[in-house]
Design a protein. Structure first.
Length: 448
């Protein structure tokens, strides 16, 4: 009975941690005197899932109040009533991955879906981030039906994402709604999905990335339009695209096969249908593929890992090169318009290599144990969002002579909080159970 109670207590606290629910201590609002030449009077954010605050593959209120946008808002002293988000009631926007058992380690996709709690506010939301949004959508999508992947061009698979309609509410595109708000300060982080949808789907031919030349034209159009907002009286902070090798969704399964099972090569299926034996260090097996790879596939040519679950050597090189080219475009256009650029590509790689040390904590990009990423292995945890906020605050302070205080990440809830007396050792067996369960959950509701 004592053991049962311990497990129940563990799961209760663990679930609270994994979904990053907490009430932060109310910040001391510093006021305009700390803004320097930045102006947060009308703060607007454009972007996709990370901007929206997705954790564990869903948007939900307790994750939204600690996304990087909200944290910057707090540190800049902007009252909550002056910065709105489309707040999703529990359990969020659908597809949230939750832990339901520790031993054995089991997860599930919550079958329920919440709704937006504040759909009737008159003005557009200040945080206009839409999970799944691509570059095209910023200037062109005003609803689900007008989003890029609802009307796919050759080389894309049709996707129906109701969140466009829910968040945009018939008030226009993200850009058009930002224009209504007359922003004085904006965060702009877009383009990730133009590359990473290809990676999320194992280099599938029906999830092709946006062609580099097309990305170039669209990004230029977007920044030219944004630079004119509020009669040009706007400060803009831009983020670029992270390296896929810094994201545990792409790196965890391969490293587990190599480090725990001693494998150096596995058999995979390529897009052309060929069966190839490829080095684990040169390919990327996604979290979707964990149940296959850890269930025995890949050990023999007659039982390869499926193409949808792995990026082969050529696909890894292709995607890395695309991200590099996208980032060149983002930097060039940010420099051309005087926008401030946060080089997330470099900072995430540094964090992967050295960890992130703050206030006695050492956070890493390791899946589950590192603390920076949420259960889906793709989106940041609350503490990961805190790191993003702080990296942005640092360059805001430097660029515009502001004096915003950094977020105390040690006060943000960790992703994994454990009851006393319950073992948290990630044994090889428990890690295998964990990755297989996460894999099966994510395949039921794929990441957007």
């Amino acid at each position: 009975m004592k053991n049962i109670l311990s497990i129940i207590l563990f799961i209760t606290i663990f679930n609270s941690g994994c979904t990053d629910r907490s009430e932060l201590t109310a910040p001391i609002l510093p006021g305009k005197d700390l803004w320097g030449t930045a102006d947060f009077t009308n703060f607007v954010s454009i972007g996709n899932s990370v901007t929206a605050g997705v954790q564990g593959n869903a948007v939900y209120e307790s994750g939204q109040v600690t996304n990087f946008v909200s944290l910057i808002r707090q540190q800049a002293g902007i009252a909550t009533e002056n910065f709105t988000q489309p707040i999703y009631s529990e359990p969020g926007s659908g597809g949230r991955v939750e832990i339901v058992s520790v031993s054995p380690f089991l997860t599930r996709v919550n079958p329920k879906r919440g709704s937006i709690k504040n759909p009737n506010i008159a003005l557009p939301y200040n945080n206009l981030g839409i999970p799944g949004a691509r570059l095209y959508d910023i200037l062109n999508a005003s609803s689900t039906e007008t989003s890029e992947l609802y009307n796919p061009r050759p080389g894309q698979r049709k996707q129906t994402n109701i969140m466009y309609t829910e968040i945009l509410r018939g008030k226009g595109t993200q850009f058009q709604q930002a224009k209504i708000l007359k922003p004085t300060f904006m965060t702009l982080w877009i383009g990730n999905n133009d590359a990473l949808h290809y990676g999320l789907n194992g280099g599938s031919v029906d999830c092709e990335f946006t062609p580099i030349a097309t990305f170039d034209v669209w990004y230029k159009q977007m920044v030219d339009s944004i630079a004119k907002l509020n009669d040009g009286k706007i400060k803009v902070l831009v983020g670029n695209i992270p390296d896929i090798t810094a994201v545990p969704f792409f790196t965890t399964v391969g490293s587990t096969l190599k480090n725990s099972l001693g494998l150096q090569k596995v058999y995979i299926t390529t897009n052309s249908g060929q069966i190839k034996l490829q080095p684990i260090d040169s390919i990327l097996i996604t979290l979707y593929g964990a149940s296959e790879a850890l269930g025995g596939k890949g050990m023999a040519p007659g039982n390869p890992i499926s193409d949808i679950s792995v990026l082969d050597v050529e696909e890894v090189i292709k995607l890395r090169n695309v991200i590099i080219e996208y980032n060149k475009i983002i930097k060039r256009e940010a420099d051309r318009k005087g926008f401030l650029l946060l080089d997330i590509y470099t900072s995430f790689n540094e964090t992967k290599k050295n960890g992130y040390k703050t206030n006695g904590l050492t956070l890493t990009a390791d899946y589950f144990t590192g603390g920076i990423f949420s259960l889906d292995g793709f989106h940041p945890s609350t503490r990961g969002q805190g790191i993003l906020a702080n990296e942005m605050i640092k360059i805001i302070n430097e660029k515009w002579n502001a004096n915003l205080q950094l977020v105390d990440i040690s006060l943000l809830p960790g992703s994994y909080i454990v009851a006393t007396g319950v073992s948290t050792e990630i044994t090889p067996q428990r890690k295998k159970e964990m990755l297989i369960s996460i894999s099966e959950s994510l395949k039921k509701h794929p990441i957007q």
